[in-house]
Every structure is written in C-alpha cells, then in structure tokens.
Design a protein around this ligand. Sequence first.
Ligand code: HEC
Ligand code: HEC
Length: 282
Amino acid sequence: MNKSVKGFSALVFGIPLAATTFANGADIELGAEMAGECSACHGDAGVSTDPKFPNLAGQKPAYISAQLKAFKKGDRKNTLMNAIAAELSDDDIENLAAHFATLKGAVDGNVLAEPTDLDGSLMQLVEDYEKTTTRYHRKDYDGRRQVRYFRGNDLAIDAAAKGGAFPSGAMLIVEIFAAKEDADGELIKDADGKLVQGERKLYSYMEKRDGWGKDVPKIFDNGDWRHSLFTTDFALKEGVNEAQCMACHKPLTDTDYSFTYEWMKDFRSNGKVGYSHDVAKK
Ligand code: HEC
Ligand code: HEC
C-alpha cells in the first residue's frame, strides 16, 4: 500500500524538541505524538470539521483527563471513545490532556488541516459481487427501519467456520435495504413478524488484505481490515471516516474484528441463512 495517514506522520515529526512537562509530570511532547491517533476524528489541531466530534483544542487539561478516565471506566458512554480510551494508560491520558490544552481553539479558524487517507477509498465494491459472495444472515431492525443481509466470500466464511483468523482476501458485505412502511408510516410486518424488504440503500464493506493496516493508528487498529461504504451504483460514499468503523470493531480481537463470526459458523454448520430481529424502537 502506498498511502499513509498523512495527518498522523506530520504530527509525529512536527513536534518541538525542547522538553516540556507539566507540574503533574505530564509530557506535552509525548501527548503531541500520540494525538496523531486522535486526528482522524478530532482534527489535526484538535478542532474538528464534523459536528459529531467535539473540539479538544484549548480545553482545560483536568476536564480532558476526567473525560478520558470516565470513557475508560465506562462511566461516560460512547462506543467509539470507550474503545479508544481503553487503549490509553493513565500517563497517556495526562500527556494528551496537557497537549490539547496548549492548542489554540476554533476561534482562530484553526480547523482540520490535512484530511487522512481513512476515507474508504482503498477499496472498490465490484458490481458482480453476488457471484463471489454468499448471504449467510439476515437481520431486521425496527429502530433503523432496515433489512440487512450479510454476505461473505468463501475465504471469509470458511475461516470463521474453522475458527481462526481471516486470511488476506476475506470480504464481508452488508446489503442495506429500507423496510417498507404503510401509509401511516408504520413498519409493515409479514405473517412471521418479519419486516418487508423495500428499496436498496447502501453497502457496508470490510476487506482484509496483507499490509492494508500498516498505516492505521494503533488506537483503532483492525489488523489488515479496511472499511468502506458504497452507494447503490457502486460509487464510494463521500465523507466516510474509517476511524469510526474501526473504533467500533476494534474491541473484537477474539473474532478478528468481525461482529458476525458466529453467524458465518452457523451458516456453514446448518446451511441455512440465519435470521435475527432487533425490535427495539430506537
Ligand atoms: C473514531 C473517532 C474518534 C477518535 C479516533 C477519537 N475520538 Fe474522542 N470523541 C469521539 C466522539 C464521537 C466523541 C463524543 C462522545 C460523546 O458524544 O460523548 C469524542 C469525545 C472526546 C472527548 C470528550 C470531549 C468533551 O468535550 O467532553 C475527549 C476528551 C476525547 N474525545 C479525546 C480523544 C482523544 C485524546 C483521542 C485520541 C487518543 C480521541 N478522542 C480519539 C470520537 C473519536
Ligand atoms: C457503533 C458501532 C459500529 C460502527 C461505528 C460500525 N460498525 Fe460495522 N458492525 C457493528 C455491529 C454491531 C455489527 C453486527 C451487525 C449487527 O448486529 O447489527 C457490524 C457489522 C459489520 C459488518 C458485517 C461483518 C462483520 O462480521 O462485522 C460490516 C461489513 C461492517 N460492520 C462494516 C462497517 C463499516 C464499513 C463501518 C463504517 C462506515 C462500520 N461497520 C461501522 C457495529 C459498528
């Protein structure tokens, strides 16, 4: 792979040389170095362009460290930050807090300078994907108002059935459909209580290739898996931030970052496309 996560390396090499420590022993330089792993979401300079991600620049260090500790313990809940904070030691937290506190806030027009390469563009979903992959599970979601089919190629499904890690070349695809609604906007259910599949919406895609993970910050390491979203005409969806995909899949080290490992196993053992239904409204 010839791409690298630009924001990350720039930050690592751009740190000043003079040692700067806080009264509590926090090391701003170590914090600055590590902050490259946060930039995919919080921006290179701690100011993000995406409303989902809060700015960190210029925040009080005690507040940042308290939040990171709360995410780490699980007292403050956010799937992405819980997975990320789990990777941080107490020293990392103090160093990061000291670093972000030194940065200028958004008032200076100081926004994400360099986009990362974590935009899903490494992968391409081919139009005849149905020829090389098989559906192994369907899941209905009342809250999302969706029907999703999960597909994999033989490399992926066989690996899960055997119980090991996935080999290079493994592909996992989620076909996302809207669920049909009646005239009042209520979900239509068939005689078995299943949702009724409507319009095709989007594809979620994971692919594993040797070396693909080498430039991914370790804090949301997914081995050699990369993530992407595709529209129904097989174009890369704009604005994908793989760091989000990876942060959520990251804790699944036992199943090589796959949430649906058991579904693949079941499919190989009984030959049936599995079914599950999340009836939660939200
Ligand atoms: C995959 C995206 C992602 C990455 C990478 C990420 N964060 Fe976050 N971070 C978030 C999101 C989303 C929130 C908002 C959480 C919420 O709504 O509670 C957040 C919130 C925070 C907050 C709380 C801010 C506040 O105002 O309360 C802190 C502190 C923080 N992140 C620090 C970090 C640090 C330090 C790193 C790198 C080690 C990092 N984050 C990496 C997504 C990310
Ligand atoms: C909030 C957590 C979360 C985020 C963020 C997330 N996923 Fe997932 N992903 C899941 C869960 C949970 C499943 C299992 C399906 C289910 O139960 O709904 C899953 C399943 C998948 C699968 C099926 C294969 C497998 O075994 O995991 C693919 C492919 C996938 N996600 C791709 C993506 C992509 C691409 C992104 C980013 C655009 C992404 N995911 C972001 C939680 C997440």
